[in-house]
Write a protein that binds this ligand. Structure first.
Ligand SMILES: [Zn+2]
Length: 237
């Protein structure tokens, strides 16, 4: 972990977090509802960028600084992990996207296609760019295969137990599989296993605390993302 790169990542995370905040505000709506473009309290138009508080009624949009802080921490860790390697761009793109997706999933239990699907070509192009620069074309092939494998695992689980894992989770798993596959099969396996372990652990704690029953559902996306992040940070090239 390079401390200088990590510090640069923390700094880069603040403006990136502001973009994340804008996406989270607009897309934290039920799947069939239009984008949120106005203040939920007074219906005055919300700013397109820097969606921090309503200019009309003063209502704060979400916890002040939480998304900026989360994005800064994630980018700080990823900058430190990849410090100037050609694949840093791809992983930082996915890190910031992951913060947005986790926040939206926690708030409205969905992973919008409008964020997940365009991220496939962007990630593939960024990884192809890294493969060209680093002469690691084999990694690119394994990344594509990794996306198919992890997406396939989630699809199988969804078919085996309908209602558990949703379509958004399957599409997100394919995207995470691209990144984890790029880093290697052990990293992909670790990321997938960590996602399930984190989800099971938190569910058990919530059930024990009577905040959840065995029948209730919690969003899976944030655990999938956290597992992928942990495996990425731990995985050595
Ligand atoms: Zn307002």
């Amino acid at each position: 972990m390079s401390a200088v790169w990590a510090a640069e990542g923390l700094v880069a995370g603040v403006p990136a977090g502001s973009v994340v905040r804008s996406a989270v505000f607009q897309l934290s709506v039920p799947s069939d509802a239009p984008d949120q473009t106005s203040c939920p309290r007074c219906a005055a138009p919300a700013p397109r960028w820097f969606v921090i508080r309503c200019g009309h009624c003063g209502q704060h949009f979400g916890t002040l600084g939480a998304l900026e802080l989360a994005t800064a921490v994630v980018l700080g860790l990823l900058f430190g992990r990849f410090g100037g390697q050609p694949d840093m761009l791809a992983f930082c793109f996915l890190g910031a996207l992951g913060v947005a997706l986790a926040a939206i999933d926690l708030s409205v239990q969905r992973l919008p296609d409008r964020l997940v699907l365009p991220a496939y070509p962007v990630t593939i192009v960024l990884l192809a760019f890294a493969a060209l620069i680093g002469h690691t074309e084999g990694d690119l092939g394994r990344a594509l295969l990794g996306g198919l494998v992890l997406g396939g695992i989630y699809l199988t689980l969804a078919l085996l137990r309908p209602g558990g894992i949703g379509g958004g989770d399957i599409k997100l798993a394919g995207l995470a599989g691209l990144a984890l596959g790029w880093l290697g099969w052990p990293t992909l396996l670790a990321g997938a296993a960590l996602g399930f372990m984190l989800s099971a652990g938190v569910s058990l704690v919530l059930i024990a605390a009577r905040r959840l029953t065995l029948q209730s559902m919690i969003s899976f996306g944030p655990f999938l993302l956290a597992g992928a992040l942990l495996a990425t940070l731990a995985g050595a090239r």
